[in-house]
Design a protein around this ligand. Sequence first.
Ligand SMILES: [Zn+2]
Length: 281
Amino acid sequence: MKLVDIGGNLTNKAFKDDRRDVVARAGAGGVASVIVTGTTVPASVHAREIAMEPWPIEIRSTAGIHPHHASSYGPLARRSLAELGRTREVVAMGECGLDYNRNFSTPAAQRAAFEAQLELAREIGKPVFLHERDAHEDFVEILARHRHALAGAVVHCFTGTRAELERYLELDLHIGLTGWICDERRGKHLVDLVPRIPADRLMIETDAPYLLPRSMPGRPRSGRNEPAFLTHVLRAVAQGRGEPEEDVARATTATARRFFGLTPERDSGCPRPYRGHGARQ
Ligand SMILES: [Zn+2]
C-alpha cells in the first residue's frame, strides 16, 4: 500500500522530539508521501526545512497563512510566501481560506488574506490547499472569482453538507477527508456523502496531530494523531464507498500525486540524496 497524507502538521510541537520515529512509522504503515501543512510564515519556512531533510519517504510542504492567522498577512508575508512557493519542496500554496467558527482573525482580515493568497497561487502556478469552516458562502464567492486561473484547489478536511459538497465539485475542487469520517457522532453524514465524490477528486489526510480517528482501536493515550494512522481514514472511506481498501488507496494516491505533482512511483528505502539545509542548526 502506498498512501499520500495530504495534510500532516509535522511542524507541530507535538512532533518536536520524535519526528524521525513518526515518519518512520508512517513509512512502515504504508504512507509513501506526507505533505506538511504551512499555517503561518514561520511554520511554512519550518515545513519546507523539514521537507528538505533526508527521509525514507517523500516529504513535501505547503506555504500559506491559515485563516486563524490572517491578520499576520501583509507585504512582508507575501514576499516570504512567494519565495517559498517557488521552491521545489513546496507543492501547494496554503493552508488558506476562511474560518468563521472562532474568528481568531476578523472576517474582513480573513477575506483579504484569502484573496491575496489565491492571487499569489495564480501567479506562482501551484495549486491551493484550502480551509473552510462555517464560512461556505463567502468562501465560494471569493474562490469562484479565481478558480479558472488556479492550477488546482483542494478543500482539506471537508466536513460540510451535501449541498456544500456539490457546490465544491461544481467548482472543480478536490476534496480532502480526515479522520472526521471515523467519528460515529459527528462524521456520520460523511460516510453517506463519500460515494458522491469522484475518485479523481478524492484525497485523504490525517491533519495530525489533530483529529485522531475515533474508530481506531488502541488509541494512544496522548490523543496525538500521526500520519501512520492514515490507514484508519482509508478504511472508513473505503467502507463508506463500498469499495476495497486497495482500490481506494490506489485511486487517492494517484489523485494526490497528480494534484501535487509528486514523484510518480517511489519505493521506500531509497531516500533522495541529502542536499543540506543551510545554516539551520
Ligand atoms: Zn484546516
